[in-house]
Design a protein around this ligand. Structure first.
Ligand code: FES
Length: 337
């Protein structure tokens, strides 16, 4: 008769579990809460390392990692994950909404209680009276960070349910609830070189990672490749200046670039050499994230992703209208293969 119980060791702590339990359920049985959010294989928050043992990855394996909400125990196993801040709720109000560039806003939320997050993680924000949206908190473009202020970069889409109301119906003083942080694409303080790449407002997590790595790990090799559909979407001029002043190379690219200051190739074509030493962080459009994932994994590099998806949030008839939000990644064919 096959064994129906097993032992899973999670960050060094042994837990009794049932064969067939997901890693998250196994952890809960031992009062260990693995980081998670969607519990459906979409957000990547629950990605853990399998150090040894019998785990059915259900197609979620990347190098030695699997998604804890889907992968199941087939027997004894040992797993580990990087500690992250505890998920918290907090309330706040909109402190300011600044147009960085046409259709791009820097929105600051003053919070009653700080909500710790790691560079690259995301929060769920609910502007009172509107549906929740997920955004990456980031470093202000001019670096004037305050502990009780959360900063988001938000692209405005016409007729969208949330983003198009910012600055009109959602103004300074508007109440906001925040929950988080979530996500697995956060900065780890390893010494290996990092390659950071984004499209659109995927720059928000990438920028916060770049600043934290540069300030916290002087000497660590960092390079960025940042793309947008058109030059108008390259809203990060102040950040580019700061990065270059700190000796961090950043390549900008857009379809209407001049091939001098702004390239025209797709961002993933400009990543440069990748080796198994590199750690690649990618954020933005799913097609960009998938392309960089393929290149990174082919090179044996470590890969962390923060894909953004366009929410169907149009209140009108336009099916194209929406607000760029994140996550909700349908399991891709390649991930399931
Ligand atoms: S909690 Fe597992 S992917 Fe979201």
């Amino acid at each position: 008769m096959s064994k129906s119980t097993c032992t899973v060791t999670i960050n060094g702590q042994k837990v009794k579990a049932n064969v067939g339990d997901t890693l998250i359920d196994a952890g809960l049985g031992g009062r260990l809460v693995l980081p998670h959010d969607c519990c459906s294989g979409q957000c990547e928050t629950c990605r853990v390392r399998v150090l040894s043992g019998q785990v059915e990855d259900l197609g979620t394996r990347e190098k030695n990692t699997v998604l804890g909400c889907l992968a199941m125990l087939e027997g004894d196993a040992e797993i580990s994950y990087d500690p992250v801040p505890i998920v918290k709720n907090t309330k706040g109000t909109v402190e300011s909404i600044r147009k960085i560039k046409e259709d791009y806003l820097e929105v600051r939320i003053k919070v009653a209680r700080t909500i710790p997050w790691l560079p690259g993680q995301y929060l769920r924000a609910t502007f009172s009276g509107y549906p929740a949206r997920e955004y990456s908190p980031t470093t202000p473009l001019n670096l004037d960070a305050e502990e009780d202020v959360i900063v988001f970069h938000i692209k405005v889409y016409p007729n969208s349910v949330v983003s198009s109301k910012l600055g009109s119906e959602i103004r300074n003083g508007h109440p906001v609830k925040l929950r988080g942080p979530f996500g697995n694409a956060f900065l780890r303080r390893q010494p290996e070189p990092i390659v950071l790449t984004s499209t659109g407002t995927g720059f928000a997590p990438i920028w916060s990672i770049a600043v934290a790595a540069s300030q916290g790990q002087p000497g660590r090799e960092i390079r960025l490749v940042v793309g947008s559909r058109t030059r108008d979407g390259l809203y990060m001029r102040d950040a580019v200046r700061w990065l270059r002043n700190h000796g961090i190379p950043i390549t900008l690219t857009a379809s209407d670039g001049d091939n001098e200051t702004v390239m025209t190739a797709r961002p993933y074509e400009l990543l440069g050499d990748l080796t198994s030493d590199h750690i690649v962080y990618s954020a933005g459009a799913p097609s960009h994230v998938d392309a960089t994932r393929a290149l990174a994994l082919e090179a044996g590099a470590t890969f962390y992703a923060d894909p953004f998806y366009v929410a169907e949030e149009s209140s009108g008839l336009s099916t194209l209208a929406g607000s760029l939000m994140r996550k909700i990644r349908p399991p891709s064919a390649s991930a399931r293969a």
